[in-house]
Design a protein around this ligand. Structure first.
Ligand code: DX5
Ligand code: ZN
Length: 224
């Protein structure tokens, strides 16, 4: 069984000390840096853009996992790739041409992910799964850090994992929102491969330890 990947969400970091926080992640067992881009239209909040991603890239030894919570993602993927994104995840709800955009992401050499809001069912992915490197299931309504995990997500993870296994695909499942030590084991048992963790890492007293604990959880079989 593959070890889970841990992707701390930089949204919860201290932006006055961004270099310090990225350096901290460089020296932990974190696998990726999760980078939330919000446009104030797809979601109610605005975060930051390509300039800051470029700055993060210059300091980070870890791959950047860029989560676009923006309308018309096709307009911006090239510039986020140029800024240093290794994985780009866009929302299925934000475009009419997900299939085309996935092909485009592959053609520019980034890993392709699709995110689903809590109300969007995993069946919507049936015709895309073959081409995807990752599906990000939102376990909160996107837009803000520090929200409560929506437990119905566990069913979605199980359903999606079953499809991936049955079709023998490589697509990873990432869970984003409200993830911490209190629920990580259940989420992994349901079939998740990547845990995004914002508040539970950066707002904890010892972020390095929080990452280590999430990374060291061992799962022997899926509960699907
Ligand atoms: C929510 C973002 C998440 C967020 C997670 O819109 O996509 O990545 O930063 O933060 P926590 O872990 O605090 O829920
Ligand atoms: Zn995110």
């Amino acid at each position: 069984m593959n070890k889970q990947l841990i992707a701390p969400s930089i949204l919860a970091a201290d932006f006055g000390n961004l270099d310090r926080d990225i350096e901290m992640l460089n020296n932990t067992q974190a696998d990726w840096v999760h980078v939330d881009i919000m446009d104030g239209r797809f979601v109610p909040n605005i975060s930051f853009g390509q300039m800051l991603v470029k700055q993060m890239k210059s300091k980070s030894k870890l791959p950047l996992d860029v989560h676009l919570m923006i309308v018309d993602p096709e307009r911006y993927v090239d510039s986020f790739k140029e800024a240093g994104a290794n994985i780009i995840t866009f929302h299925l709800e934000a475009t009419n041409h997900a299939h085309r955009l996935i092909q485009h992401l592959k053609s520019i050499g980034v890993q392709a992910g699709v995110a689903l809001n809590p109300q969007t069912s995993v069946e919507q992915l049936d015709d895309l799964l073959e081409d995807l490197d990752m599906v990000c299931l939102m376990s909160v309504n996107p837009g803000f850090g520090g929200q409560k995990f929506i437990y119905r997500t566990l069913d979605k993870i199980r359903k999606l994992k079953a499809k991936i296994i049955e079709r023998n695909l490589k697509c990873m499942i990432e869970i984003d929102g409200g993830v911490g030590l209190q629920n990580a084991e259940e989420i992994l048992k349901a079939g998740a491969d990547v845990l995004v963790a914002g508040s539970s890492v950066f707002k904890s007293e010892d972020p390095e330890l929080a990452i280590e604990r999430l990374k060291s959880i061992e799962i022997n079989n899926f509960d699907i």
